[in-house]
Each structure stands twice: as structure tokens, then as C-alpha cells.
Ligand binder design. Structure first.
Ligand SMILES: Cc1cc2nc3c(=O)[nH]c(=O)nc-3n(C[C@H](O)[C@H](O)[C@H](O)COP(=O)(O)O)c2cc1C
Length: 144
């Protein structure tokens, strides 16, 4: 069975809710889905997955969370990710979504194949936001 890793950082739970909905959407296909907080994720989780969903809210000033997510994303540079299907998601509040645009560009630069546009949800995902998360998970699952 193909497998997907959903790896996220979340301070107040909004991106975590998104992660769970992305996983739910992906599971509607015949794939095995593992959801992990980035603190317990390793590069092997990325390497051993057919596709990956990464989630992180906009933090600092339009950047990834700096103590756990940023180092993890930086360490992805050590892997060969050419053609790896991936989607990105995260919650934000007052910004214009720049953190997501920057993140997408960074990941594309590593050769990953983004299976959909980075999903930005304003603060706590409502029913529509959760639906978009599930759809993103489905899209990722159908790309492998
Ligand atoms: C320290 C800090 C910095 C933040 N910086 C931004 C920012 O630059 N742009 C933005 O849109 N939201 C910013 N936010 C808001 C968060 O992205 C928002 O609260 C989000 O819902 C948090 O997601 P989480 O519940 O998964 O932690 C910031 C929040 C905190 C606590």
C-alpha cells in the first residue's frame, strides 16, 4: 500500500486541526497515512513516504516556526526530493500569506512536485476550511 506522511507544527491547534483533516481526506483513498508533530518526525519519515503533506502556521514575521519547523524544513535540503509529491498547508492571522508563497518557492527549488497550491486558512478552520483541507489530502493521495 502507498503511504503518506502528514507532518506539522502547531502552537495553538489550528494547523493541527488542518493536519487531521488533510489526513482524513488522504485516507479516503487506498493509502496509509501517518500524522506526526514535527518534533517527533525524522527525515526517514519523508524518505519512506510516497507523498508528504507539511503544515506550519505563519510565525515570526511571515516565516516558518523557528525552533522546530524551520530546522526540519532546512534539513530537507540534505535529501533528494526530486519529483516527490508534496502539499503545504497552515493557518495565519493578520498577514497576506507571504510565508506560504516563500515556502512553496523553497520546496519547488528542492525539486518537489507540489500536488496543489499551498492551503492557507485564516485562524481556526471552519467547516469550509476543513473541507479544503480534506480536498487537499485527496489531491495528494491521487497524485501517487
Ligand atoms: C509569535 C507569533 C507570530 C505570528 N506571526 C504571524 C505573521 O507573521 N503573519 C500572520 O498572518 N500570522 C501570524 N501569527 C498568527 C498565527 O499564524 C495564527 O495565530 C495561527 O492560527 C496559529 O496557528 P496554530 O494554532 O497552528 O499555532 C503569529 C502568531 C504568533 C504567536
Amino acid at each position: 500500500m502507498k503511504n503518506i506522511a502528514v507532518i506539522y507544527w502547531s502552537g495553538t491547534g489550528n494547523t493541527q486541526q488542518m493536519a487531521l483533516a488533510v489526513a482524513e481526506g488522504a485516507r479516503s483513498s487506498e493509502v496509509e497515512v501517518a500524522v506526526k508533530d514535527v518534533g517527533s518526525a525524522t527525515l526517514q519519515d519523508i524518505q519512506n513516504s510516497d507523498a508528504v503533506a507539511l503544515g506550519c502556521p505563519s510565525m515570526g514575521s511571515e516565516v516558518l516556526e523557528e525552533s522546530e519547523m524551520e530546522p526540519f524544513v532546512q534539513s530537507l535540503e540534505d535529501l533528494d526530493l526530486k519529483g516527490k509529491p508534496m502539499v503545504l498547508f497552515g493557518s495565519y492571522d493578520w498577514g497576506d500569506g507571504q510565508w506560504m508563497f516563500d515556502w512553496e518557492e523553497r520546496m519547488t527549488g528542492l525539486g518537489v512536485k507540489l500536488a496543489g497550491d499551498g492551503l492557507k486558512v485564516h485562524i481556526t478552520p471552519d467547516e469550509e476550511g476543513l473541507k479544503l483541507c480534506r480536498e487537499l489530502g485527496q489531491k495528494l493521495a491521487s497524485s501517487i
